[in-house]
Design a protein around this ligand. Sequence first.
Ligand SMILES: [Zn+2]
Ligand SMILES: [Zn+2]
Length: 293
Amino acid sequence: MLFDTHCHVHFNAYKDDMDDVIKRTLKKGVFMITVGTQKDTSKNGLLVSEKHDGLWASVGLHPNHLVAQSFFDDDELPPEKQTTNKIKTRTEDFDYEYFRKLAQHPKCVAIGECGLDFYRIPEEANKDEVIEKQYEVVRQHFDLATEMNLPIIIHCRDGYDEQADLVFEYTKEGKLQAGGVVHCFSGNLEQANKFIDLGLYISFTGTITFPARKKDVLIDGLTEIQNVVKNIPLEKILIETDSPYLTPLPYRGKRNEPGYVEFVAQKVAYLKNLSVEHVAKQTTLNAKKLFKL
Ligand SMILES: [Zn+2]
Ligand SMILES: [Zn+2]
């Protein structure tokens, strides 16, 4: 039994074979949460989740959709539906009531993905304005998660300290009681421990299977992210694929799919010197506990 706690199996990348992918994943004994990133993909994820036992969904607005971006993601929505990108001046705002309504769906298990992403801010954008907008939208997600008593799925890049400060601000007021997860973690050990101290889980993707790049500074022969896996408690770890992105070894370069979460589990087991069965069992338990399943 494995749990891919963060995939996008309802995205356009699977438009030709979505049901096959979901069925073979479930047949392998892998549960899934398919994660929303915009209004459209949040709603569609819930519709897909209605059709399958063992598949749940989350609803939210990804920080990359707050600004008119110069990149297109055909894997996410087909080109004709990419209104956020097509009309360069229009960006998607967080529609609290719209998401609040979706969040009442029985298969909605979390709010997100949302968060601070200082890495992917388009060059032509006003950086301060974008960051201010990101803060505003994260706060709206945190308020909704608090109101609905649902866990939060955080997407963060290059802003982990600021993101942790924001979580702290909420938890000290008794908010975000349902906890949450920092997905596709790419920070350092100190930052991981900050989130764990705030009661959150840390989730890892196929990036933990990747070999070191030339610029990486190794820690006892491990990349920084592998060192984080090694040093945080298994009881605080979730595993995921973030399909269709970030395909783990040995399939790196091909389209990712939720069943490949087994390679993430194998790498966690290797790094922590535990059996794969033990890692599978504990991370599935962690996921069930967080998402109340
Ligand atoms: Zn993400
Ligand atoms: Zn994602």
